[in-house]
Design a protein around this ligand. Sequence first.
Ligand SMILES: [Zn+2]
Length: 77
Amino acid sequence: MDEHDAEDDDCAFCLGREAAHQGASESANPYVREDVEVGSIEWYETDFALWELGHGLGTKEPGGVPWYAQKGVGSAE
Ligand SMILES: [Zn+2]
């Protein structure tokens, strides 16, 4: 697999990560779930799985939602 930098392309992994940062739920996965065994090598080659992986990472990253996407920045006590 390729390494993924913070500012990458628009591959499924990065899109999922970005979606998580924007507060999207896991059900927002835009890709079709393919009929392959979950967790298999084939599974991790599908865009659906890549998006899900990216989303999972995005939800766990410190900061989560970027500052410019948060509401009320600087106004909260
Ligand atoms: Zn990427």
